[in-house]
Design a protein around this ligand. Structure first.
Ligand code: FAD
Length: 575
């Protein structure tokens, strides 16, 4: 039977749900379809951070921003690979969208000390543009609805159960004085919440991507917006040159759904499609290295959009991050910040450092590929640390040794997650890297730790690096000697937290054809679309912020209330 809506939203990540909610509030009748049995996609497993220039919470931290500054910054970062109109649309509308999130019950606060990722680029700020979701009480959603939301990833849980927000994570990692108190408070809250835990093992306090998606799910349900799970998009329907609906698989049958105003593709990237990875991404590449949920983002809606004439852009780029394998976990874990802590270094198979370990994760992944292209030795790379590091800090699935000593780690992890030896030479032999090279790199690092200056790669030389340093370590919070046996290593792969190439869109998220003309009725956002950030990652939240902002603009366009650009004087040709 054919069904009719104003708008079909494909996917159920952050951009998808925000788009459906906004469309509803503008008077449209949306349907959300999701191919997986759980909703939320990678967005639900994410940190939930959003990068919002000029956001409403910056003033609280005494921070000043302007559209002009943010536009200049993103434009430089995008290197001409995103149109100025889209960049302007983003920096102008992101703050409007963030206020709207607040209105629909998804609250955010600015992170005043979390710096933009390129502190050396004009227009960057030392903090404030990245926003973290305020904790969300899952009781507002109910435990049954919570069970339909994809759970977070193990990296964001304490002892596999309790959620922590970005502020708490930073306090714990940086070993601030209140770190132990914060940890104890998180655990206590969880264990005394007995009535809730009788219903589900999942924490009632949702943080990060769970808070974002929990809040959006509640807003979706309050509005009675239908969401079909296990309902993949199969193809787009076109009538008289306009996308008029979609064919969706439901309960084993193909259902034709009409969309009077349009279809919003928000079905993620293609990181789980090995053939597309081989066709587009730098080599070597393996879908297993990605940190996103298996089976979800296989590029279906990128292909569907291309089949109706959509142009593809930025297909060789990803939101890179080093990842590591943990047995029995469904996906690799991203190693976002532990590299930055003092007392570790990362080397290639020659035992040589090739990058500032504290740099942002996308730069780190790109450095792995660059060094591999030069030396053939950086995939995999190895993070090496000593007993002091192991004792003090968590890394990957290993909690700090002072909390969980080696004897209490899972036996199966030794030789699979981490390697360990009494000497650096023995460790090199175990992991098959050049022992003399590693010894020389460690000796050099130890000199840098004494002087506080990494003369090779400048680690700890800027505000971003220092954010995830250890405040107690002097003179450089990112550098400490590596000398106390035993020594450890963990293998790193050039994974990602999503791909960033997809359908080319304009400032209203309308999909463009090969001649640069909008395809009527077809909209796209999130990793389904080519990123507004070009090849760059301007700050934490650069994927979710644009996913929701362009969904917001798409809904307005579909409702006949397109949002005009204001500072057109900033565009080339208007200056
Ligand atoms: P997703 O959220 O992945 O949603 C896509 C959905 O579409 C999936 O549910 C999928 O099943 C569905 N789908 C696919 N094909 C079909 C089909 N044919 N029919 C119907 N549905 C389909 N980014 C940030 O900005 N800030 C962060 O703090 C952050 N932290 C992260 C932490 C981790 C550990 C990871 C892994 C990622 C993080 N990211 C972060 C990246 C971010 O989560 C993703 O880039 C973002 O969620 C992508 O959103 P999306 O809507 O494009 O895709």
């Amino acid at each position: 039977m054919e069904q009719a809506f104003d708008l079909i939203v494909v996917g159920s990540g952050a951009g998808a749900l925000l788009g459906a909610i906004r469309a509803h509030d503008l008077g449209l009748k949306p349907l959300v379809i999701e191919k997986a049995p759980l909703l939320g996609g990678t967005s639900a497993t994410s940190g939930g951070g959003i990068w919002i220039p000029c956001n409403h919470d910056m003033a609280r931290g005494g921070l000043k921003d302007s559209v002009e500054m943010a536009f200049g910054y993103v434009k430089t970062c995008a290197k001409g690979l995103a149109s100025d109109e889209r960049v302007l649309a983003y920096v102008e509308t992101a703050s409007v969208m963030a206020r709207y999130l607040d209105q629909v019950g998804v609250r955010y606060r600015a992170m005043p000390k979390y710096a933009d990722y390129y502190p050396h680029v004009a227009g960057s700020l030392p903090g404030g543009r990245t926003m973290d979701p305020v904790d969300f009480n899952a009781r507002k959603l109910g435990h049954e609805a919570l069970e339909t939301l994809r759970p977070t990833n193990p990296g964001q849980l304490i002892v596999g159960r309790m959620q922590m927000n970005a502020f708490e994570a930073q306090t714990i990692l940086a070993r601030e004085r209140k770190a132990k108190l914060v940890l104890a408070w998180i655990m206590l809250r969880y264990f005394v919440d007995y009535p809730w835990r009788r219903k589900t093992a999942r924490d009632r306090r949702l943080t990060g991507g769970q808070a974002l998606m929990g809040g959006l799910l509640r807003a979706l349900r309050e509005r009675g917006i239908p969401l079909w799970l296990n309902a993949p998009l199969k193809s787009l329907s076109v009538e008289h040159g306009r996308v008029s609906g979609a064919v969706v698989e439901r309960d084993g049958s193909a259902v034709k759904v009409t969309a009077r105003k349009g279809v919003l593709l928000a079905a993620g990237g293609f990181e789980r499609n090995q053939a597309m990875r081989e066709q587009y991404l730098p080599q070597p590449t393996d879908q297993a290295w990605t940190a996103t949920p298996p089976g979800c983002n296989t590029g279906d809606a990128i292909t569907a959009g291309a089949e109706v004439g959509g142009a593809l852009h930025l297909m060789a780029h990803s939101w890179g991050a080093p990842t590591l394998f943990v047995p029995k976990e469904e996906k690799y874990r991203a190693l976002f910040v532990e590299r930055s802590l003092p007392g570790c270094l990362v080397v290639n198979a020659r035992g040589e450092r090739f990058v500032n370990e504290s740099c942002p994760y996308p730069e780190f992944q790109q450095a792995m590929y660059a060094d591999h292209a030069r030396s053939g030795n950086a995939i995999p790379a190895w993070i090496v640390f000593d007993a002091d590091f192991r004792r003090k800090y968590p890394i990957g699935p290993l909690p700090p040794g002072e909390a969980v000593p080696d004897e209490r780690l899972r036996k199966s992890w030794l030789g699979a997650v981490y390697w360990k030896d009494a000497t650096l030479e023995g460790l090199s032999a175990q992991i098959g890297i050049d022992a003399a090279g590693l010894a020389a790199s460690v000796a050099r690092m130890n000199d840098f730790a004494r002087t506080g200056v990494d003369a090779q790669f400048g680690r700890g030389g800027n505000v971003f690096d220092r954010y995830y340093g250890d405040v107690n370590v002097k003179p450089n919070p990112n550098l400490a000697p590596i000398g106390k046996a035993p020594f450890y290593a963990i293998k790193l792969w050039p994974g990602e937290i999503g791909t960033k190439g997809g359908l080319l869109t304009d400032q209203d998220a309308c999909v463009l054809d090969l001649n640069g003309q909008p395809i009527p009725g077809l909209y796209c956002t999130g990793n389904n679309a080519a990123s507004v950030m070009g090849p760059a990652y301007p700050g934490a939240g650069s994927t979710l912020g644009p996913a929701m902002t362009f969904a917001y603009r798409a809904a307005a366009h579909m409702a006949g209330q397109a949002i005009a650009l204001e500072r057109v004087d900033l565009l080339d040709g208007h200056a």
